[in-house]
Write a protein that binds this ligand. Structure first.
Ligand code: PEP
Length: 253
């Protein structure tokens, strides 16, 4: 059985006070309402991590994630945050390769391979994002493009390290647009990704990896998406900023 995961990416939203309120609401609602075995992850801005970690405390179904990290373990990198610092405040997951970081900060597949190594070296779990633009999909090159993102950033890993990953398929045309991939489009890509992983690491590894869908996922469309055979949960942007919506997505299984 693969882990069912719903991860919220808060992006650059919320003051510390607002973040504390949101995290407290989520932790309480999850404790009261979430009966299924779903892992809820809050990926907050850096400055919220320590406070949110304390709010999570020993909560069973909630974990802490970061949205980024530096690719080096430590040193003279003014303004940056290391994996060791993240680990020291209770972070377990780090989002890597989000399309916004690829686009606005020029993060390439090669550079992400280095970040993946750094995160794993610290004993943390990458949530590795991949996904195509609308233009690439319209040209029919989306499978090749997305599988290549995995090959170039991840396929240098040993099978044991690969098993520590979570993959998030996020078509760029669906992120923050209100346009969700259909359940058929998402399932098709997830199936291709799992087959691609099986080709490199074998069926057992591929069948054990959680592949999340991201892109305008909300409480209304989540259950249809999550019912697909190869979709193991979601990476949620906008809807993760509302405690009710985020927890309802977690309850969509
Ligand atoms: C995201 O940015 O990872 C995301 C999925 O955003 P949204 O849910 O807002 O489309």
């Amino acid at each position: 059985m693969r882990d069912k995961i719903v991860a919220g990416n808060w992006k650059m939203n919320n003051t510390l006070e607002e973040g504390i309120t949101l995290a407290s609401e989520i932790v309480n609602m999850v404790a009261d309402e979430l009966t299924d075995d779903v892992k809820m992850i809050m990926c907050t801005p850096y400055i919220h991590l320590n406070a949110v970690s304390k709010i999570i405390g020993g909560a069973e179904k909630v974990s802490l994630g970061s949205q980024n990290c530096n690719d080096n373990l430590k040193g003279a990198y003014t303004g940056e945050i290391s994996v060791g610092m993240l680990k020291s405040v209770g972070v377990e997951y780090v989002i890597l390769g989000h399309s916004e970081r690829r686009e606005y900060f020029g993060e390439s597949n090669d550079f992400l391979a280095k970040k993946v190594n750094t995160v794993l070296e610290a004993g943390l779990n990458p949530i590795f994002c991949c996904g195509e633009t609308l233009d690439i999909r319209e040209k029919g090159a989306h499978y090749e493009f997305v599988t290549n993102q995995l090959t170039e950033s991840l396929f240098h890993l040993s099978a044991d390290d690969f098993k520590k990953l979570v993959i998030a398929y996020e078509p760029i045309w669906a992120i923050g647009t209100g346009v969700t991939a259909s359940k058929e489009q998402a399932q098709e890509m997830h199936e291709k990704l799992r087959a691609h992983i099986a080709g490199k690491y074998g069926t057992e590894v591929a069948e054990g990896i959680s592949i999340l869908y991201g892109g305008s996922c909300n409480p209304k469309n989540a259950s249809d998406l999550f019912a697909q055979k190869d979709i193991d949960g979601g990476l949620i942007g906008g809807a993760s900023l509302k405690s009710r919506d985020f927890v309802d997505i977690g309850k969509s299984y």
